[in-house]
Design a protein around this ligand. Structure first.
Ligand SMILES: O=C(O)CCC(=O)C(=O)O
Ligand SMILES: [Fe+2]
Length: 341
């Protein structure tokens, strides 16, 4: 693996305590973080460490099921369901070595929940956790709306998870343990460098299971920030790490920055974390019929469905281009897989 350059960047820590009386102060802090690094962490956000850990153990109970059960709810074109080693990142051209399961609130989940008898309580626990993550997200949406000069409820309405048009996702992630006694195989990535294509992502990490690294988008000088300077983001109990996605970048006429991030493949014995890693990413996606356009109208208006489709297609096109090059070089076609954000 090529050596990575690191620097310590301070990630702003924003407290949501007494939210109603502190909206303007929090808005100022959020806008400043969004305009610079595109990354910040939240504390005092009303999801307790116990609730987060409970969802992590619920996630572990899902991933510990046999593959032939999980494969009954496969990843669908509606961005829901289970995949294993099938998310190819354009930055690496390789599948992330992980499994993930994506859940949504509405109709996109039909056929993508396991029966109650297989995993009792799983659906209810997950939906309850998702509603809590939604409630935290709505606070951020109010502040971002105010910061951009929209009505307070403008983004909340566009991301209404009670509507069947909702596309918001909770992705449970499980990265496998890596054997530290043998060199990591070439091309093995936990999660290759990428930006998310949602509005804002809430990332839940488990203390002790490190690996997340960021490189603020505006500092990236190479296409996937591969030779740039990265910063490790250590998991801290109760903190939610947030990053701006491409959707909010576009909706703010590029004022707010979406940020490259990745999960490091461990290879430095004694320093990196080699154990299995669980994380959860709550992707705030627009309703399919939401109309997306920034206050300065820098970009043409598009619907939530168009934005999502374009983002998925872009990743897929990058993957196909890479595959075409490789198949010319190898004289053989390589296997296809789903490319998602
Ligand atoms: O697992 C992590 O910490 C990051 C996951 C992530 O960035 C993603 O799934 O988009
Ligand atoms: Fe991500």
């Amino acid at each position: 693996m090529a050596p990575t350059k690191y620097t310590n960047r301070t990630i702003p820590k924003i407290s949501l305590h007494d939210f109603p009386s502190r909206i303007d102060e929090i808005t100022t802090q959020l806008i400043s973080a969004a305009e610079t690094d595109g990354f910040f962490s939240l504390i005092n956000h009303e999801i307790s460490p116990t609730e987060i850990e409970h969802m992590f153990s619920t996630s572990a109970s899902f991933f510990s099921l046999p593959d032939d059960i999980k494969s009954t709810v496969p990843f669908s074109h509606l961005n829901a369901g289970w995949e294993k080693n099938a998310q190819i990142r354009p930055s690496t051209g390789q599948p992330d070595r992980k499994e993930s399961y994506q859940m949504q609130f509405g109709s996109a989940m039909s056929g993508s929940w396991l029966p109650e008898s297989v995993l009792p309580g799983f659906k209810d626990t997950s939906l309850e956790f998702m509603r809590k993550a939604q409630s935290v997200s709505e606070k951020l949406m109010l502040c971002f709306a105010r910061g951009l000069g929209f009505e307070d409820d403008y983004f909340v309405k566009a991301h209404d998870v009670r509507r069947p048009e909702s596309q918001t996702v909770l992705r449970l992630l499980h990265y496998y343990a890596v054997d530290e006694s043998v060199p990591v195989p070439e091309g093995y990535y936990r999660a290759g460098a990428h930006v998310d294509w949602d509005f804002v992502t809430l990332l839940f990490q488990r203390p002790g299971q490190s690996g997340l690294e960021i490189c603020p988008g505006r500092e990236a000088s190479t296409s996937f920030a591969l030779n740039d300077t990265w910063t490790k983001v250590e998991p801290k109990e109760g903190e939610i790490v947030c990053n701006i996605g491409d959707l909010l970048m576009s909706w703010s006429d590029d004022r707010f920055k979406s940020t490259f991030h990745r999960v490091k493949t461990p290879f430095v014995v004694g320093e990196d974390y080699f154990g299995q890693r669980y994380s959860m990413a709550f992707f705030n996606q627009p309703c399919t019929d939401a109309v997306i356009q920034g206050p300065k109208k820098k970009y043409e208006a598009v619907t939530g469905r168009e934005f999502t489709q374009k983002a998925m297609n872009r990743n897929f096109a990058a993957l196909k281009a890479k595959e075409a090059l490789e198949s010319v070089a190898n004289g053989a076609a390589s296997g296809a897989a789903v490319a998602i954000s």
